[in-house]
Design a protein around this ligand. Structure first.
Ligand SMILES: Cc1cc2nc3c(=O)[nH]c(=O)nc-3n(C[C@H](O)[C@H](O)[C@H](O)COP(=O)(O)OP(=O)(O)OC[C@H]3O[C@@H](n4cnc5c(N)ncnc54)[C@H](O)[C@@H]3O)c2cc1C
Length: 125
């Protein structure tokens, strides 16, 4: 991980734009503390409560409390999350007595949730 930060720090200014009021809300606390330390060390800025609205040539447009903010950028990396797809199992219904949708297809979450929902589906067969 440190190698990535060193790469980022080589003449690049990095800004993280996050719509929530803090970053990494679902990240385990020690990992998050480690990230924050690295952000400080490498001057990585975080903009919270800021929602990405639009990408235009050479810039990202975001809304913070109703005000538009423009972030000039050479590179933009989008990591915007996932949506579940519970209807993905529809083609299979009718092929068996029971069809269960598990893991991220049912609710986007973490590994443990996916493992548990897979276990439950198998257990009740
Ligand atoms: C970048 C990233 C980092 C993450 N980090 C963590 C973490 O640190 N800790 C944590 O607990 N969780 C983490 N997660 C979440 C975790 O990976 C997921 O919650 C978990 O993998 C969901 O399991 P799943 O079996 O539902 O789906 P997946 O793991 O996505 O498995 C679905 C599989 O189905 C395959 N597939 C899709 N369509 C078809 C098809 N038509 N035919 C055949 N195969 C198909 C896919 O290739 C994939 O292999 C992370 C997720 C991402 C994206």
């Amino acid at each position: 991980m440190r190698r990535h930060f060193i790469w980022l720090s080589e003449g690049q200014k990095v800004t993280i734009v996050e719509q929530m009021d803090s970053i990494g809300q679902d990240v385990e606390i020690l990992t998050l503390a480690n990230f924050r330390e690295l952000f400080d060390e490498y001057g990585i800025e975080t903009k919270t409560d800021t929602r990405v609205e639009e990408l235009v040539s050479g810039a990202l447009i975001a809304l913070k409390k109703g005000n538009r903010e423009r972030f000039e950028a050479d590179n933009i990396i989008l990591a915007l999350g996932f949506e579940p797809e519970p209807q993905a199992g529809e083609p299979f219904s009718g092929l068996a007595k029971r069809c269960s949708i598990v893991g991220d297809a049912r609710v986007v979450g973490k590994l443990m949730g996916a493992i548990h929902s897979g276990f439950a589906a198998g257990f009740y067969l």
